[in-house]
Design a binder for this molecule. Structure first.
Ligand code: NAD
Length: 525
């Protein structure tokens, strides 16, 4: 039994700039074995070992190997799509009453609720999410999404006569068919919940290909979905799982038996998927990257706005698509905001994901750590003013054989005087790196905010409701949040421009898996 990944060090929590001393790292840690399903596919309700398991999962905090994961071949993808197709057509899921779909989803939710702690532990180890965050955000939000989808689907009418005097003219919402669901690692349960829950409620059969960086949590979820389908009496092939990397995803997207694709991940992969989907007119929902602006006007509550804004950028080690990563600040409060933001960053600690507390975990992988480092270096080279953090790992990490800090931990970093021409203003960093840029007028603020290839979220901080409304209309983003207000439960999630196509969550998430059929000449019966 291994205890305490950080046992060679008494410094378990590293501040961005200070010596480590918090209690957050005192938890002993046992490396959990990955779920056996990490190297297996689930096809038609049966777990089947992948023919190839070349991949290796790495614990991002300890850099220890966790085990291998499966790499589904085109033949294995074909088998999974075939099972979904059979369930949808021959086994009648296409015409299953809505009550059965919803009973199935309810059974799955109950099972996942009972596994919440296991899921949190798995996510914490796989992606390095601190355990309290994994429990309260990663897992709790995923379950919330499922409950909201269930309620939205219950309330939605799938056969509607817009004019009650002519019931023979109707609109029916019907399942699209077999859906390919491809998810990233950063919010692994959330992304799977949004897709599997909505596809099921809509009446689709599906094949899920989760991220190769989170295969084990996906396997835990898949087992509960399998059990829920069986308990409700739904065909087993309604849900299938294939493990693997981009190649398995490509095989799935290109498969002729797939009718709809729901992809969450990088903009580069989304662009490739959209092109493949276009060949056969497959329906596509793409939830891609972001570089979301956070506009602070002089009439806002600056200390509160900065506290929330920095936390929103750094949360999940900066690895959220909607991170408030570009702070734009009215000139008259610029110096005050810089001081507040630097202090917030200095007070942000990183540490062992197994330990309780509000610290940040590591980046998910060595590649992601290197990417964050390269972008911090580019900010320095291009003349941005570093006011907190910077290159390298935070002090206080346990040391490896060459004296290097162990774990893919970045320093919480803030750059001031960031110009729109700089890479750190334009590129999604996906690490705890905040950029701050001054503006002199509302028009300039809007221009800077919209000067991005992305358009996922935008955040506005102002004491003037009229200004807030003007900005909410002017900003090119899928979601605008004012003065720290959270999105409403079930609000549509998604972006414009390079942030993607379509919406997930709640009612809109279900409709994304349905076709619209106009019927004339016969009333519903
Ligand atoms: P990624 O694109 O590398 O991988 C995402 C998934 O797609 C993985 O399962 C991967 O194996 C698969 N994949 C990769 N290339 C593929 C291809 N060409 N064809 C088919 N499948 C392919 O992204 P990631 O690194 O896992 O996730 C981080 C990205 O996801 C960030 O850009 C982030 O902004 C984005 N994201 C967006 C949202 C949103 O809702 N907009 C939510 C979370 C994450």
């Amino acid at each position: 039994m291994e205890t305490g990944r950080f046992e060679n060090s008494d410094a378990h929590v590293a501040g961005s700039n200070k010596s480590a001393s918090s209690a957050a790292g005192t938890a002993a840690w046992e490396t959990r074995a990955m779920a056996p399903g990490a190297s297996r596919n689930m096809i038609g309700g049966a777990w089947v070992s992948c023919a190839s398991t070349a991949g290796m999962s790495i614990d991002p905090a300890s850099e220890k190997e966790l085990g291998s994961y499966g790499l589904a071949s085109p033949a294995e993808v074909d088998a999974a799509v075939g099972a979904a197709r059979r369930a949808f057509e021959a086994e009648g899921w296409r015409a299953a009453p809505k009550a059965l779909r919803l009973e199935t989803l309810r059974a799955i939710i109950q099972r996942l609720e009972a596994k919440a702690e296991d899921l949190a532990q798995e996510i914490s180890q796989e992606i390095g999410a601190p355990i309290d965050f994994a429990r309260a955000r990663q897992v709790a939000h995923g379950l919330d999404h499922l409950r909201i989808i269930l309620a939205a689907a219950e309330a939605a009418r799938d056969d509607v006569a817009p004019d009650p005097t002519t019931p023979e003219h109707r609109v029916r919402y019907e399942p699209m068919g077999v859906a390919a669901l491809i998810t990233p690692w950063n919010w692994p349960f959330n992304q799977i919940a949004l897709k599997v829950g909505a596809a099921l409620a809509a009446g689709c059969a599906m094949v899920l290909k989760p991220s190769e960086l989170a295969p084990s949590s996906a396997a835990l979820i898949a087992e509960e979905v399998r059990a829920g389908l069986a308990a409700a009496g739904a065909p087993a092939g309604v849900f299938n799982l294939v493990q693997g990397e981009a190649a398995s995803g490509r095989a799935l997207v290109a498969h002729p038996g797939v009718d709809a694709i729901s992809f969450t991940g990088s903009t580069a992969a989304g662009r490739e998927i959209a092109q493949i989907a276009a060949r056969d007119f497959k329906r596509v929902t793409l939830e891609l990257g972001g570089k979301s602006p956070n506009l602070l006007f002089a009439d806002c509550d600056a200390p509160r706005a900065v506290r929330q804004g920095v936390a929103h950028c750094f949360r999940n080690a900066g690895q959220s698509c909607n991170a408030a990563s570009r702070m734009l600040v009215e000139r008259s409060i610029y110096d005050e905001v810089l001081a507040l933001a630097a202090a917030e960053a200095e007070a942000t600690t990183v540490g062992d994901p197994a330990a309780p507390g509000g610290h940040l975990g590591p980046q998910v992988s060595g590649a992601q750590f290197d990417r964050v480092q390269a972008l911090i270096a580019s900010g320095i080279e291009q003349g941005a003013r570093l006011i907190a953090g910077g290159l390298g790992k935070p002090p206080g990490l346990p040391r490896g054989v060459y004296g290097e800090g162990i774990g893919y931990f970045s320093r919480p970093t803030v750059f001031a005087d960031v110009a729109p021409s700089m890479r750190i203003f334009r590129e999604e960093i996906f690490g705890p790196v905040l950029t701050i840029t001054p503006f002199d007028s509302e028009d300039e603020a809007i221009a800077l905010a919209n000067d991005s290839a992305y358009g996922l979220a935008a955040y506005v901080q102002t004491g003037d409701p009229a200004r807030a409304d003007r900005l909410a209309r002017a900003l090119r983003a899928g979601m605008v949040q004012v003065n720290g207000e959270s999105r409403a439960p079930g609000a549509p999630f998604g972006g414009v421009k390079a942030s993607g196509v379509g919406r997930e969550a709640g009612f809109w998430g279900v409709r994304a898996f349905q076709e619209i059929k106009a019927i004339s000449g016969v009333a519903a019966r």
